[in-house]
Ligand binder design. Structure first.
Ligand SMILES: Nc1nc2c(c(=O)[nH]1)N=C([C@H](O)[C@H](O)COP(=O)(O)OP(=O)(O)OP(=O)(O)O)CN2
Ligand SMILES: [Zn+2]
Length: 146
């Protein structure tokens, strides 16, 4: 009986693991649907025509599987991060090298959505909980798939 109770208790707990991955990319905040003047007013220095760069830090938070006690082998998570973040985004010009951003403004919010949409395709169903991107030490975006 005590054993069954302790098994149930473990089954109800929800934990998360995350892995931080740094990547470097440049971009320009500019919307093709707005005039140059409005773009400049809204995005300010980030609308600089020749762009600017960031050392981003990306985190994908995934839920613990209650049967195995782990989400997945972290080596597998590393591989997904490689495919979703490193290969398409690292050392890239987001606006010019990543087709997704040809018509989507490369804000950190949209980078988080891009990573979520691609990570969710790679992971087992309902495992991804959150994508968090540090654009700078101070600017941090969280996206939970809504
Ligand atoms: N909602 C958003 N606002 C801004 C974004 C964004 O992605 N989402 N991005 C930027 C810029 O890309 C920009 O490079 C960040 O600039 P800034 O805040 O100036 O960067 P720092 O954190 O380094 O600022 P300091 O205060 O100068 O240290 C802007 N806005
Ligand atoms: Zn920027």
């Amino acid at each position: 009986m005590a054993q069954a109770d302790s098994r149930n208790e473990v089954a109800e707990r929800i934990g998360y693991i995350t892995r931080v991955q740094s990547f470097s990319a440049c971009h320009r905040l500019h919307s093709p649907t707005l005039s140059d003047e409005v773009n400049k007013r809204i995005f300010g220095k980030c609308n600089n025509p020749n762009g600017h760069g960031h050392n981003y830090k990306g985190q994908s938070l995934v839920k613990i599987d209650r049967h195995t006690g782990m989400v997945m082998n972290i080596t597998d998570l590393k591989q997904h991060i490689e495919e979703v973040i490193m290969i398409p985004l690292d050392h890239k010009n987001l606006d010019k090298d990543v087709p997704y951003f040809a018509n989507v403004v490369s804000t950190t919010e949209n980078v988080a959505v891009y990573i979520w949409d691609n990570m969710v395709k790679q992971l087992p169903a309902n495992l991804l909980y959150e994508v968090k991107i540090h654009e700078t030490d101070k600017n941090i975006v969280v996206y939970r798939g809504q």
